[in-house]
Design a protein. Structure first.
Length: 289
């Protein structure tokens, strides 16, 4: 048996982490971001076995893939299956593009199909894995829905609540520095307190005046007020600003920008590798072969 799924990448412009010790369903983040047509595609095979065994090949190489494996273990429980997962990322990991979430969720979505489980079980499994391993908080839920979103309330439905900002844009992405381990930030109480305070304010202000322009401007404010941006990231944002709106991808040494695509691409190429994509409005989905 084989199934395949695609999950868009996701950028958070700003966020407010919310942890619920007793309820992983209610743990997540308020904030805002956008889903990308560049994401992760997983092809999964599953067959009954005498032992439980999972292996993951990521971009052609064998990977430990702890988030993907934990998400899949939520789905198979104690059942004995051999599960083989091949995942391809279109963007780098640990740069604020939601690749960890897209990889684990696409694998879980395909596996759920093979196990005849509903999609919301795959959503839950991927969200639980991300939260438990501190690799993300809101990417899974946002990428499930797609589009440009405001996360009003944290966690899975029905607790988690999202609103959409309509629109389709070309998005220019640029990686300007080393990876940032999300877990390092999400495990630092001092950083979290500052991020939560600024993120809450930004979410409230965007809900009062929802627009893409306001989303990116508030992302810039969040970037500066939290002190998360490196010098290089800030330089890239400033250089891109004459040609559109740009801000930092949370959490990564990377920038996203919307506006004059050719000029943004030319400007940002000075700082590092550049990708151009669009807003993915369809969200996570199975791929019929």
């Amino acid at each position: 048996m084989e199934a395949a799924a695609f999950v868009p990448g996701h950028i958070s412009a700003f966020f407010e982490p919310v942890f619920s010790a007793q309820h992983l369903d209610r743990t997540g983040s308020r904030g805002a971001g956008l889903s990308l047509t560049l994401g992760a595609r997983s092809t999964v095979t599953c067959k009954p076995s005498s032992v439980q065994y999972l292996d993951v090949i990521l971009n052609g190489k064998i990977s430990a893939a702890p988030v993907t494996k934990l998400a899949c273990k939520y789905l198979i429980g104690d059942s004995l299956y051999t599960v083989s997962i091949k995942t391809d990322y279109a963007l780098p990991v640990s740069q604020g593009f939601g690749m960890s979430a897209a990889g684990s969720f696409s694998a879980a979505l395909a596996l759920a199909r093979l196990l005849a489980q509903p999609q919301h079980e795959a959503l839950r499994a991927a969200h639980y894995a991300e939260v438990q391993l501190r690799t993300g908080l809101g990417d899974v839920v946002a990428s499930y829905i797609g589009g440009i979103e405001i996360r009003r309330e944290p966690g899975l439905p029905p607790w988690g609540m999202l609103e959409h900002i309509p629109g389709n844009y070309e998005v220019v992405l640029c990686v300007v520095g080393e990876k940032i381990k999300t877990k390092d930030v999400l495990s630092d109480p001092v950083k979290l307190k500052k991020i939560a305070s600024v993120g809450k304010r930004c979410t409230q202000q965007l809900l009062e005046h929802p627009s893409v322009e306001n989303l990116v401007r508030l992302g810039q404010r969040f970037t500066k007020d939290t002190g998360l941006a490196s010098e290089q990231v800030q330089e890239a944002i400033d250089a891109a600003s004459p040609f559109g709106l740009a801000s930092m991808c949370m959490l990564g040494n990377a920038v996203f920008a919307i506006g004059n695509t050719p000029m943004l691409k030319k400007t940002l190429e000075v700082f590092g590798n550049v990708w151009v994509c669009e807003i993915d409005s369809a969200g996570a989905r199975l791929i019929e072969k």
